[in-house]
Design a protein around this ligand. Structure first.
Ligand SMILES: N[C@@H]1[C@@H](O)[C@H](O)[C@@H](COP(=O)(O)O)O[C@@H]1O
Length: 340
């Protein structure tokens, strides 16, 4: 059976190519405005997979522009009605559907209070797109599987474009333009060793660090949503502050050791965890001999998470089927969830 999830995941490259051909002037204008009048505070507004994309967006902005970004607890606006000072702030919402009230309401609050508001949103006719000053469509096309795949990848790409234009960094923009090819290559990788380990498993820890933490968060959500595996995501540093006590013989651990400053610490962690008896699936680029799964690479390490999640999604869709589940219809879940 070819699930919609698998089909949609595999089509990400073509949608990313579509996105990259559009809205360049708007991204450039937004970047120019942010350079001319830097925001006093920056926050992200999102739920679910889109919140993991927001985590990546925040990391890029902090690492490349040195500006601190916080994830807004949405209830501060929707339930607490806190008197947040929004003047000169930059609020970035990310959403596939653009429908959830707790994503829309904070953007309306921030816009009414004088902030710059941006929505990276797939449904360009959604209430979220209408509410933000800068609605930048993801161009991922209709996504029907409950589990977000191509829209998540398109969100990461939009986040990278926002950052690159804000930095006015031609080299980073050129690296982003090479993503469609790298994504296509990523769909070809063989991650079947992960399916063998995880098909009979009921639990897993997923580990990343720094720019690869959003990958761990997103993968853990997919394990839960589509394969009903109890999955938790941790930073490679955080895991030592308690969660490690859970590790016993054969405990499955997926580690995303993408390139960059955090990679060495994750490779060391993989060794340590093997020593404690864990069943480690080390995902790393092909220059890492100890890897179990090959991570694809992009033109620059900051974009590696985008191609890494592409390889993961293909495996996750197949894993669900191997576990006898339909990844397109996870129990209790809907495509659009409206929370307050
Ligand atoms: N099951 C979906 C998730 O897959 C999605 O990530 C989340 C956020 O949705 P959106 O990106 O449309 O705001 O909503 C639902 O709960």
């Amino acid at each position: 059976m070819t699930s919609l999830m698998l089909k949609e995941a595999r089509s990400a490259a073509e949608h990313v190519a579509l996105q990259l051909g559009q809205d360049n002037d708007r991204y450039a204008e937004l970047g120019q405005r942010l350079r001319a009048a830097p925001p006093s505070s920056i926050l992200t507004v999102a739920r679910g997979s889109s919140d993991h994309a927001a985590n990546y967006c925040a990391y890029l902005i902090m690492a490349r522009l040195g500006r601190i970004v916080a994830s807004l607890p949405l209830s501060l606006v929707t339930l607490n009605k806190a008197p947040l000072i929004a003047r000169d702030a930059l609020a970035i919402a990310i959403s596939q559907s653009g429908q959830s009230p707790d994503v829309i309401e904070p953007i309306r609050y921030f816009r009414d209070s004088g902030a710059t508001t941006v929505a990276l949103v797939n449904d360009a006719a959604s209430p979220l797109a209408d509410s933000a000053e800068w609605a930048l469509p993801l161009h991922a096309g209709a996504e029907l599987s409950v589990a977000a795949t191509k829209s998540f990848i398109a969100s990461l790409v939009a986040a990278a474009r926002l950052t690159a234009h804000w930095q006015d960094d031609a080299a980073f923009l050129a690296a982003i333009d090479a993503l469609p090819q790298a994504l296509t290559a990523a769909t070809q990788l063989d991650w079947s060793p992960a399916i063998e380990v995880l098909a009979p498993s009921s639990r897993i820890m997923v580990v990343g660090r720094g720019i690869s933490l959003p990958l761990a968060l997103e993968s853990a959500l997919k394990f839960k949503e589509t394969s009903a595996i109890q999955a938790e995501a941790f930073s490679g540093a955080e895991i030592k502050h308690g969660p490690m006590a859970l590790i016993d013989e054969g405990y499955p651990l997926l580690i995303f050791a993408t390139r960059g400053p955090t990679q060495t610490s994750l490779l060391k962690l993989a060794d340590e965890m093997r020593g404690r008896g864990a069943k480690v699936l080390l995902a790393a680029p092909d220059d890492v001999a100890a890897r179990d799964l090959t991570l694809p690479i992009a033109a620059t390490p900051d974009l590696d998470p985008i191609v890494a999640i592409q390889a993961f999604y293909v495996m996750a869709a197949q894993l669900a089927v191997a576990r006898g589940m339909d990844p397109d219809q996870p129990r209790h879940l809907s495509k659009v969830t409206k929370t307050q």
